[in-house]
Design a protein around this ligand. Structure first.
Ligand SMILES: Cc1cc2nc3c(=O)[nH]c(=O)nc-3n(C[C@H](O)[C@H](O)[C@H](O)COP(=O)(O)O)c2cc1C
Length: 330
């Protein structure tokens, strides 16, 4: 058996990699995760206080968000020369426990792993219209492999299905404008500037025509683009899983993180889109647009964004609210 130094990164390293993990995307920037450092490694749990019941009634996107954080953690650890040994859905008295992560030192970290890790700080959600991605065949081959490695599947339904998706999205926006509970939740989380969670108005498009038809409707923000760049030509990917188990949701989040980081490393802008997969009827309709028979979980727009950097970085909660040390055996 190795010594503690060989099996456990320092506390400073743990703080650094968990901070990177928390740069993962999450529904409305709800950051529904909780990390505990135990003698054997890190435990990741979902935080049910951060579920968004009107938007995500089954907690599916809460678990997907945690999966994204788990995969971000894996690459952040590699950058520090630590490999992770992940057990998903371990037996635990804690019903929210999603994974445990043990560590082994590694000298071998590939260039592509480093580029995924360094993409963490640059990735952000681009909600403005984007141009069509360049070198798309290569990107598609890479993201397809990354999705399969996580036990999920990705399909590019861009131009073929764009008109149907746009029509569905616009109809759904209308329905949701009539839903006061959904609207109250959306306005609680989106369009503010003061909190370490939620979506600041700088990350939201200023009223139409800057909004993208296949995207979710948010309260108007302050992000704008050139009037010549209003048509969205982003590719549209759909991440699917074989079933709706919590394990598959977690794996879907891991795949989502991997896809977003790979695209960011290639200089592409990305935006997860989930309003159409939240409701049974539109989710079924998205499924019918696919060639495969998987369950649609998350759509992802990928393109060339109107700017190299976000106007402002969407904030994150302080580490003291999400990372804890289990001192029970100390
Ligand atoms: C499960 C999930 C669902 C999301 N759904 C949407 C969405 O429908 N529309 C959108 O614009 N962003 C969506 N996002 C992106 C989040 O709003 C974004 O990650 C969060 O605000 C943090 O901002 P950042 O990604 O720029 O760091 C989603 C992210 C996740 C993980």
């Amino acid at each position: 058996m190795g010594t503690a130094a060989e099996t456990m990164p320092s506390w400073r390293t743990i703080e650094s990699v968990v901070a990177s993990a928390c740069r993962a995307p999450s529904l409305h920037n709800s950051q529904p995760w909780r990390w505990v450092l135990e003698p054997e490694g890190l435990t990741l749990s979902s935080d049910p206080d951060r579920i968004l019941p009107a938007t995500d009634s089954f907690g599916r996107q809460m678990v997907v968000s945690c999966g994204a954080a788990l995969n971000h953690l894996k690459y952040a650890l590699l950058e520090h020369h630590w490999d992770s040994v992940i057990e998903r859905m371990p037996h635990s008295a804690n019903r929210e426990c999603l994974a445990t992560v043990a560590f082994t030192p590694t000298a071998e970290v590939s260039e592509s792993e480093i580029s995924m890790a360094t993409a963490i700080a640059r990735r952000y959600t681009e909600r403005l219209p984007m141009s069509a991605p360049t070198s798309w065949d290569d990107t598609l081959a890479q993201v397809t492999e990354l999705a399969e490695r996580a036990g999920t599947h990705v399909e590019d339904i861009g131009d073929r299905a764009r008109p149907a998706l746009e029509a569905m999205s616009l109809r759904l926006r209308g329905l949701r404008r009539e839903n006061p509970v959904y609207q109250a939740e959306l306005r609680w989380w989106a369009g503010h500037a003061l909190y370490p969670d939620g979506i600041p108005s700088a990350a939201l498009p200023a009223a139409p025509p800057g909004t993208v038809p296949v995207g979710r409707e948010f309260p108007p923000g302050t992000a704008t683009c050139d009037p010549g760049d209003l048509e969205d030509r982003a590719a549209i990917l759909v991440l699917t899983t074989g079933s709706d188990s919590r394990l598959n949701w977690l794996r879907c989040g891991e795949a989502l993180s991997a896809l977003l980081l790979a695209c960011t490393a290639r200089g592409l802008g990305t935006c997860p889109v989930t309003h159409m997969t939240e409701l049974g009827e539109t989710r079924t309709r998205v499924g019918e647009l696919l060639e495969g028979d998987g369950l649609p979980q998350v759509l992802i727009r990928v393109g060339i964004g109107p700017r190299a950097e976000p106007l402002s970085t969407t904030p994150r909660r302080p580490l003291s609210e999400v990372l804890f040390r289990d001192r029970s055996e100390a």
